[in-house]
Design a protein around this ligand. Structure first.
Ligand code: SF4
Length: 285
């Protein structure tokens, strides 16, 4: 067994949060530049210039990419031959609290969603999803997600009689109805299949795929393109200012589902797409 120290995990998560809070994903910057070159609306072109200027200044001035510095989501792949010194949630929360205090980041979490919504004051707790894999490694995908885009995400339990075009129509209508609220241009993570709880998880995982990667299945690749192109043709545009770039990329992940079901979940992400994947080093206690 390989023992992985709590200190190494906390440090890896802290450094990851620090990096993504300032440094834009180079793939987002690339897609924004492509959008700027092909944008039909002068107003939207101006808005893209401002977003790209923000990408340039954020790491230089060490000012977070967005005022909503986000809540922390962790997807962990833990090898069956790896042994962690403490529950992963504890290491994660220590890293979050340190990041909130030292960087600093906005405290964006309330202790209870309804009664009485008191801020925890340190941005903890984060959300952890764990998958067991072969080997003795620990691979962590960390995201900082803002509330505005998350609020416009959605799930629908379709029936198996639903066709791909019906799904495209539904997603297009929902994304356009959100208009400027999720801060377009957007990235759409779509989970198809699984069940009521796993389709949204697939959708979030889909967000963290390498941006602009072609889907390995040509049918899903065509569906991704159809969704992106359909929404972009509708004219909402950058920050709702019109033009032809509401969506930068659409990623679909799918998995088996019950014969009576067809769950479809969409996780909407803004252009402040902060995420990274790291392997925790081989340091031990
Ligand atoms: S939706 Fe994204 S860009 Fe808009 S305020 Fe939230 S984190 Fe910032």
């Amino acid at each position: 067994m390989r023992k992985i120290s709590a200190r190494a995990i906390t440090e890896a998560i802290y450094q990851a949060i620090r990096k993504i809070s300032f440094a834009p994903d180079p793939d987002v910057t690339r897609l924004l530049k492509e959008a700027q070159n092909n944008e039909s609306s002068p107003l939207a072109r101006d808005a893209l210039s401002i977003i790209l200027e923000n990408h340039r200044l954020s790491p230089t001035l060490q000012i977070p990419l967005c005022q909503d510095t986000g809540s922390t989501i962790l997807f962990a792949e833990i090898g069956i031959e790896a042994c962690l010194a403490e529950p992963l949630s504890q290491s994660l929360n220590r890293a979050i609290i340190r990041a909130q205090q030292e960087i600093p980041l906005r405290a964006s979490i309330v202790q209870d969603p309804l009664f009485p919504r008191v801020n925890t004051g340190d941005n903890s707790p984060g959300i952890v999803h764990i998958t067991q894999v072969e080997g003795d490694g620990l691979r962590l995908t960390i995201g900082q997600k803002g509330g505005g885009a998350e609020n416009t995400s959605f799930l629908k339990m379709f029936t198996p009689a639903t066709g791909a075009n019906d799904i495209v129509e539904y997603i297009t209508a929902k994304v356009l109805a959100a208009h400027s609220r999720p801060c377009p241009p957007l990235i759409l993570g779509i989970g198809i299949g699984g069940n009521f709880e796993t389709a949204p998880l697939l959708a979030k995982r889909a967000l963290f795929e390498k941006l602009g990667r072609p889907h390995p299945d040509p049918q899903y690749r065509a569906l991704e393109e159809q969704i992106t192109e359909g929404i972009n043709a509708a004219g909402c545009g950058v920050q709702g200012l019109g033009g032809n770039h509401t969506v930068l990329a659409t990623h679909i992940l799918s998995e088996p589902c019950h014969i009576a079901s067809l769950p479809v979940a969409v996780n909407v992400q803004c252009h402040a797409h902060r995420h990274i994947t790291v392997e925790v080093s081989r340091e031990t206690n």
